[in-house]
Structures are given as C-alpha cells and as structure tokens.
Design a protein around this ligand. Structure first.
Ligand code: WQD
Length: 336
C-alpha cells in the first residue's frame, strides 16, 4: 500500500482527496498547520472511510517537516498547503508570497533530500489570462494573474517545473482547478470558510440556512446571456478523483505536466442560484451589486488533455453540487 503525504490535507480539497485516496487503496498522512481548517475534519474522514489518518500539525515551510520523511516511507506527495483567499492576498501580499512559496520550496527540499520523486500540486485556473480567454486549454497564455494569490500559484508551478528539470527522476503533475464546489455526499466533510465566505457557493448555502440575509451578485451587466459572470463549477468529489488519476499518471510519466480540472461547461451566477433553489426547494434572496475587482466575465476549462492523458472526466452534475453543498451546510450546523 503506497503512502501519500497530503500537505494541507485538513482543508476543503485536501480532505476530500484524502477520502478518495483511501477508497483507491492508498495510505494518506496529513500535515496541516490548521490556519484555515479544523481538526474535526479528521473525524469526518474517519466516519466516511473507517480510517484514522495520521496527522501532524505543522507549518509545511518549517524544517521540522523532515521528521515526517524520516518517520515514514513516503511514495508521493499531494501539495495543497497554502493561503487561498484571493481578496485577502491583495491586502497581505507578503504573507501570501512567504507562505505559499516557502511551503513549496521547503517541501521540494525535503523530497529531494529523502528521494521522494512524485508530486501532485494544487494549482489554479487563475494562472491563465482569464480576462482575454474563455475556453482555457493548458496552452492558454499565462502570467496575467489578477491577484498575489494567483501569482503564488504561477510562481510555484515555475519552481516545481525547474526542480523537475534539475531532478530528472521527478514526476510533477500541476492540477489547474476551476471552481471546486459541493461536498462529500455523506455531508460529513465540506467547505468551511472562516468568517464571511468569499466564494459563491458557501455564501449561497449560508443564505439558504438563514445565516446570511441575502446574496450580493457581483455585477449584472457583463457581456453574458444573463449579465452575470460565468465559471466552470466542478464537484469537489470529481476534483478529488482527479488527484488519484494524477498520482497514477505520475507513476508512469516523469517530468512536469499540467492539467485542467473542470467540467468544460460554463455556468452563470444566476444559473447556479436558480439550480440551487430548484433542487433544494429553498429561496435565495439576492440583489445585483457592483462588480468585484478582478472578476473575469467568463471562462471555463477545455478538458480534453485530462480526459486523454489522465483518463479522468468530471461525472457529477450542477444539481449534485448544489444538493451536496446544502446537505453539508445543514449537517455542519446539526440541522440534519
Ligand atoms: C464565482 C462567481 C463572483 C461571491 C476564486 C479563485 C479561484 C478559486 C475559486 C482558490 C464570480 C460571483 C461570488 C458572492 C458573487 N479559489 N460571486 N457573490 O472568483 O471564480 O474563483 O475561487 O483556488 O482560484 O479565483 O470564485 O466563488 O469567488 O466567484 O456574485 O458573494 O460568483 O463575482 O463571478 P472565483 P468565486
């Protein structure tokens, strides 16, 4: 049974990936500094899988990370650990550059020191020029990031690619996520943002349970069919399964390779809201507000490369995303 170290494994994407790894026969180990997650997640993973995952509370940028590589024979790493709030990154760019780049560089140093050669990296569609391109392939122009957060993903990809070139025995898979939403169907784990949700779906679910009065739709005058922004929302379980496929790919292919993880379908803010209302039988009051700085009108994934080379394609629907997100929100509040 292969052992996979998951940095940031207590987070939204990390915890769901942990569940899918266990289901695929891997043995995960989590390292997380708990700066944006809660230890209860471990219990949720245990309730779903029956597995108590070994957990180390630690800053991934810390030299002490070497302890984990000394104590375990690590076969591969999935690197999620990093700050991820776009707006916050504009207010605290240094914190984002220091944390997100130092975690990546320290991880690579330890991998090189202990001969761990397989890495899957949590990147983002924000590395692309999303203002001037709509259907994004892995060859779409990059380097026009709209936030320091996006730049840290762009720079981390570069650091990892250069490391892989210098260490030809390395296999590095760079996964560029579109918009991960929803939750595990059990409702035991899900997205638990600190404070006021910055992302659309968690804000919608908090309106749905009465934690927020109404949704502000950021902009209703974009050049799109209903005037609201279009994104490629992907179910978190599909995204997590993409990481299992990426690990398998890294077993057979050396070098650094990037893949889009999306559905290939664009959905507007209002379409998501209307779908959420319909499948959950709940009203989401909203007002059309000012546009948000840095929002691109429309983009979605071209998913052909992941389908062909990873043998992976998103399977779950927007309805599944809306239903599971609501179930998680209610269960996390003891309403179910
Ligand atoms: C989606 C749409 C908003 C909140 C970001 C990051 C990306 C990834 C996902 C980390 C936009 C609109 C939102 C609200 C709204 N994060 N919206 N009212 O900005 O596409 O992507 O989160 O990896 O890297 O860039 O996602 O969910 O914030 O916004 O109208 O209260 O919903 O304007 O059009 P985004 P989002």
């Amino acid at each position: 049974m292969e052992t996979i170290l998951i940095t940031g494994g207590m987070g939204f994407i990390g915890s769901h990936t942990c569940v899918e790894l266990i289901g695929a026969g891997y043995r995960p180990i989590i390292v997380d500094d708990l700066s944006n997650s809660s230890p209860q997640i471990l219990e949720g993973i245990r309730r779903i899988t029956g597995v108590s995952v070994p957990f180390y509370q630690m800053d991934v940028a810390d030299e002490a990370l070497s302890q984990i590589f000394m104590e375990h024979s690590i076969d591969g790493v999935i690197h999620f650990a990093g700050f991820k709030a776009v707006g916050e990154s504009r207010e605290a760019p240094l914190a984002y550059y220091c944390n997100n780049l130092n975690t990546t560089m320290n991880l690579l140093k330890q991998m090189g020191r202990y001969g761990v050669t397989r890495l899957v990296f949590s990147s983002s569609a924000t590395v692309y020029d999303t203002m001037r391109h709509v259907a994004l392939t892995e060859e779409t122009e990059r380097g026009y990031c709209q936030s320091p957060y996006g730049w840290t993903k762009f720079m981390s990809e570069q650091i990892i690619s250069d490391f892989a070139r210098a260490h030809p025995e390395t296999a590095a898979v760079l996964l560029r996520y579109f918009n991960p939403v929803g939750a595990h169907e059990s409702g035991e784990i899900g997205e638990a943002p600190n404070g006021v949700p910055q992302n659309l779906m968690p804000f919608v679910t908090q309106v749905a349970v009465g934690l927020r009065e109404k949704l502000s739709v950021f902009g209703g005058d974009y050049d799109t069919p209903d005037g609201t922004c279009i994104r490629d929302y992907i179910h978190i379980t599909d995204l997590a399964r993409g990481h299992v496929a990426a690990l398998r790919y890294a077993q057979e292919n050396l070098g650094a390779e990037s893949f889009n993880l999306g559905t290939g379908r664009g959905v507007s803010v209002l379409e998501l809201v209307q779908t959420f209302q319909r499948v959950n039988g709940v009203e989401i009051p909203y007002t059309i507000a000012e546009r948000r700085l840095g929002d691109a009108p429309m983009y979605y994934a071209d998913t052909q490369k992941a389908e062909k080379m990873l043998g992976w394609k998103a399977q779950l629907s927007l309805e599944d995303m809306c239903r599971s997100a609501y179930t998680w929100q209610k269960k996390s509040m003891g309403l179910l």
